[in-house]
Design a protein around this ligand. Structure first.
Ligand code: PLP
Length: 364
């Protein structure tokens, strides 16, 4: 049951034994034992985690997080719409790539991976191109761990009466905010990030008014978000195609455990504690974080690779793994880095143990 190493990676991540145990049974979706109520309970719980406003609705979608992003982009932008993508990392770039695959008109505001997007640039882009109908951005850009100013940018997008789509894949459930307060029209996240479930589905939390206009827009059959939503609404939580039953049971357990921990605020505090312990400890060991503290999220941290010619990521990685910790390679294009995640079933004590392991694994 127990792993011999802890995943310090931002999804899949380390889950509790009780979340894993929830999957030790085969379920039949149309049998009463499975209880479709579980899907409706999950949908309503996700809604209340996202906002106190009654204007939103949740649709679950099979696949990895990208499937949910693709289903939202492909279903909520009508024919003739145009998407502006705010891009400062691999996941922003992925949204752009999705739009291009789906033949959706798009433009991009590109930044370097260590730069915060600026409100004034978004304002200028919206002023200069009135054909833009939708704006998409990533909240925590997992490429680096940078936390983008979603609230401020969303305010400008709303002022211009455009639809705001937020990829909050790696932040939702780990950073407290209310999507109605932030004027987010569409939020996308997945089961295996801060809610601490296992991979297999994602979800889209969107304004009901927007979902009602989305019929017939989808560019894909299986990723038709509107059709999935209608099926869930009209058939008491039924998925259109085979549902990831084990993942759903595990997710329900993960939601219960989020509540037991004290909700999103308590989880945020744990992640923050993990992150600050990590950075302080790594600095003491001679490592330098890529981002200044002000830009850093509590989700994942990028560190510069040591400059020693003897350093080799694979060797460092293998040593750490043998000591019980799995870290992540870097994803930054203009700097040699590796990453360490703080999310999942990971405690400050685990971080302290990790730092001891890093001391042992530093062979150079
Ligand atoms: C994890 C993640 C995704 C989705 O990635 P998948 O590999 O498809 O699950 C999208 N955006 C961000 C910001 C992420 O962290």
């Amino acid at each position: 049951m127990n792993n011999d190493y802890l995943l310090l990676t931002p999804g899949p991540l380390s889950t509790s034994n009780t979340v894993k145990e929830a999957m030790l049974k085969d379920w039949c979706t149309w049998d009463d034992d499975y209880n479709l109520d579980i899907v409706q309970a999950i949908r309503s719980e996700l809604c209340s985690l996202a906002t106190s406003s009654p204007e939103y609705t949740v649709t679950l979608m099979q696949g990895s997080g990208t499937s949910s992003v693709e289903s939202a982009i492909g279903t909520l932008i009508p024919n003739g719409g145009k998407l502006l993508v705010i891009n400062n990392g691999a996941y922003g770039a992925r949204i752009l790539e999705i739009a291009q695959y789906l033949n959706i008109a798009c433009s991009a505001l590109n930044y370097s991976e260590t730069q915060l997007p600026e409100v004034k640039d978004v304002e200028a882009a919206l002023r200069s191109d009135p054909t833009i109908t939708h704006v998409a951005m990533v909240h925590c850009e997992t490429t680096t761990g940078i936390l983008n100013p979603a609230k401020e940018i969303s305010a400008v997008v709303n002022k211009h009466k455009k639809v705001m789509i937020l990829d909050a894949m790696s932040s939702f459930g780990g950073i407290p905010f209310d999507i109605a307060d932030w004027q987010i029209d569409v939020l996308i996240s997945s089961a295996n990030k801060c809610i601490q479930g296992v991979p297999g589905f994602g979800f889209v939390i969107a304004k009901k008014s927007l979902m009602h206009t989305a019929k017939g827009n989808a560019r894909s059959l299986s990723l038709d978000l509107y059709a999935q939503w209608q099926t869930m609404e009209q058939h008491h939580g039924k998925w259109r195609f085979t549902s990831p039953t084990h993942v759903v049971r595990a997710f329900a357990q993960a939601l219960t455990e989020l509540k037991l921990e004290g909700g999103i605020t308590a989880r945020y505090q744990r992640y923050q504690k993990n992150q600050s312990l990590l950075v302080e400890g790594m600095q003491a060991l001679g490592f330098k974080a890529l981002l200044p503290k002000e830009l850093q999220s509590p989700i994942i941290t990028s560190f510069y690779s040591p400059s020693s010619p003897d350093y080799d990521f694979k060797r460092f990685y293998q040593k750490l793994k043998s000591l019980g910790f799995v870290i992540y390679p870097g994803k930054v294009s203009n700097a040699d880095c590796f990453r360490i995640g703080n999310i999942g079933e990971v405690t400050p004590q685990d971080i302290t143990n990790l730092l001891e392991a890093v001391t042992k694994a530093k062979y150079w």
